[in-house]
Design a protein. Structure first.
Length: 144
């Protein structure tokens, strides 16, 4: 079983002007923790069954924060490139899995975490691709 620790924690008495203290005081501390995740913690299983499986939730767990905190870091100019690169690494991994079997979960993840969408386009046309013709004639039948 893997254990996780908070890396790069700041002094809890130091205030973040936007609210709760940042879990990572410097960009470097966050970069190091993210790199550790991808090199050591982005795996599931044990021994020969161990497979590389990076996820955003796994990254958050490894960093000792929740997924929302990662989103919040992405809104900070200094931290944005680090989060953007980490998200891209997870997205690339998931996209590559689309070439295998059982891709339903991968598709779900890409749609919900990376804004992928199913897109259907429909066009209604009339004869020979022209406008649809309608007949707006009314017929009134008088019945006695």
């Amino acid at each position: 079983m893997q254990s996780y620790q908070l890396i790069g924690l700041i002094n809890m008495s130091e205030k973040n002007p936007e609210g709760k203290p940042l879990a990572f005081k410097t960009v470097k501390a966050l970069e190091d923790a993210v790199e550790k995740y991808f090199k050591e913690d982005a795996y599931m299983g044990e021994g020969e069954d161990r497979v590389y499986a990076p996820t955003m939730s796994g990254l958050a767990l490894s960093l000792g924060v929740d997924r929302r905190t990662i989103v919040n870091y992405a809104h900070r100019e200094a931290y944005f490139p680090t989060i953007k690169k980490a998200r891209a690494r997870v997205e690339v991994y998931l996209e590559q899995r689309l070439y295998g079997n059982n891709v339903t979960g991968t598709i779900f993840n890409l749609k919900n975490n990376f804004d992928w969408k199913d897109k259907t386009e429909s066009a209604l046309t009339g004869a020979d691709g022209g406008a649809i013709q309608t007949d707006n004639t009314w017929t009134i039948k008088v019945v006695e």
